[in-house]
Design a protein. Structure first.
Length: 172
């Protein structure tokens, strides 16, 4: 899955009081996001976020996303529309303490922690990943039911894997 949003913020452009922004995906970005997520459509996608400097040269990115998506129903493959609203918080640090991995720091603090590289905060990647993680993994259209029957089965019970064992047991 590739990131389709090239939204970045340079740390040199972040004022002492922090930076607040609202961004809306363009039509081209919406198409790229839908393709990257392998879903039918993303008709709107926006993010509101704040970046603030924290101790020791780190930065905290907090915000939320809102998206209108269309996914294929897992039963009928018909379109299923949905809204996605999710929040995110990620800290970016110029260097992590020796012996302390990103995963350990994240688990201990309760916040996602990433290495700050080249003074750039990849906001687009974070909001894209937040959308990806917030999608319904099994979208289902109202009233859709899975009613498949094995066409080779003589009786409905024949699809039961224990039906053959039952026949063997009844041959006494």
């Amino acid at each position: 899955m590739t990131n389709s949003l090239d939204w970045i913020e340079k740390t040199t452009d972040i004022p002492a009081g922090g930076l607040e922004r609202a961004r809306e995906a363009t039509v081209d970005e919406l198409k790229h996001v839908a393709k990257a997520l392998d879903i039918l459509d993303v008709s709107s996608f926006s993010a509101r976020y704040r970046i603030a400097a924290i101790s020791a040269g780190g930065y905290r990115l907090t915000g939320s996303i809102a998206a209108r998506v269309e996914q294929a129903c897992v039963v009928s493959l018909e379109p299923v529309s949905g809204n996605v609203n999710a929040a995110f918080t990620v800290e970016f640090w110029p260097n992590l303490k020796a012996g302390e991995s990103d995963e350990e720091k994240s688990i201990l603090s309760g916040t996602d922690v990433e290495l700050l590289e080249h003074g750039v905060i990849p906001v687009g990647r974070v909001v894209f990943e937040t959308l990806s993680a917030s999608l319904d993994p099994y979208p289902r259209r109202d009233g859709a039911e899975f009613t498949w029957q094995d066409p080779k089965a003589d009786t409905p019970g024949a699809t039961n894997p224990f039906a053959a064992l039952s026949k063997l047991n009844n041959k006494d």
